[in-house]
Ligand binder design. Structure first.
Ligand SMILES: *[C@@H]1O[C@H](CO)[C@@H](O)[C@H](O)[C@H]1NC(C)=O
Ligand SMILES: *[C@@H]1O[C@H](CO)[C@@H](O)[C@H](O)[C@H]1NC(C)=O
Ligand SMILES: *[C@@H]1O[C@H](CO)[C@@H](O)[C@H](O)[C@H]1NC(C)=O
Length: 161
């Protein structure tokens, strides 16, 4: 499947902020989508030492979800996550940084992720709708600076690369 074939990219920054947990929610994947579904969900975050009112460090936890709702296998998926709060990425599941950086890695200028160890997303057609093979959930944990609660550190952009 070439990127030209991707008719639409569903992308949700649907946010409900919980005052205590600094949490927001994105909507679950919609079966109305006929191509690649992409979502970024900030799940948790809180200040971590050292206390520095001028430039406080925060832990962030987020989940990127990708689903292939298209007719063909989506080979070697890559996504750009446009971090811009001096993020240091500390752990990633089901993906690696394409630039080959080892973790922890500075990603404050954004970073491209690729699937690992599974690089492809199968189609519903070839798996009889097996969601585990059509999609992947990437859990990101890291440190960011400069976003004061109750604001939520979201990447400015996220897209298929
Ligand atoms: C987003 O994160 C919240 C908090 O962990 C969770 O309840 C919700 O189900 C998540 N949404 C998606 C689409 O993963
Ligand atoms: C906050 O600290 C981080 C990590 O040392 C640094 O990258 C960033 O530039 C600092 N931001 C400000 C506004 O000083
Ligand atoms: C991030 O971008 C800034 C401004 O363009 C640049 O000075 C810095 O070297 C970049 N950092 C990395 C790790 O690419």
């Amino acid at each position: 499947m070439s990127l030209n074939n991707l008719c639409t990219i569903f992308f949700f920054f649907i946010i409900t902020i919980s005052l205590s947990l600094n949490t927001c929610y994105s909507q679950p994947p919609s079966s109305d989508c006929n191509s690649i579904f992409l979502s970024y969900n900030h799940t948790n975050g809180y200040p971590i030492p050292p206390t520095n009112p001028a430039n406080q460090s925060y832990r962030f936890e987020s989940t990127v979800t990708i689903f292939n709702f298209g007719p063909d296998e989506f080979k070697s998926w890559r996504i750009f996550v446009g971090f811009d709060n001096n993020q240091l990425l500390v752990s990633v599941t089901n993906a690696v940084l394409v630039d080959g950086s080892n973790l922890p890695a500075f990603v404050g200028n954004g970073t491209v992720l690729a699937g690992f160890p599974e690089t492809d997303l199968k189609s519903a057609i070839e798996t009889a709708g097996d969601w585990n093979q059509m999609g992947v959930e990437i859990k990101l944990v890291g440190t960011q600076f400069g976003v004061v609660a109750p604001d939520v550190p979201m990447p400015v952009t996220i897209y298929l690369a």
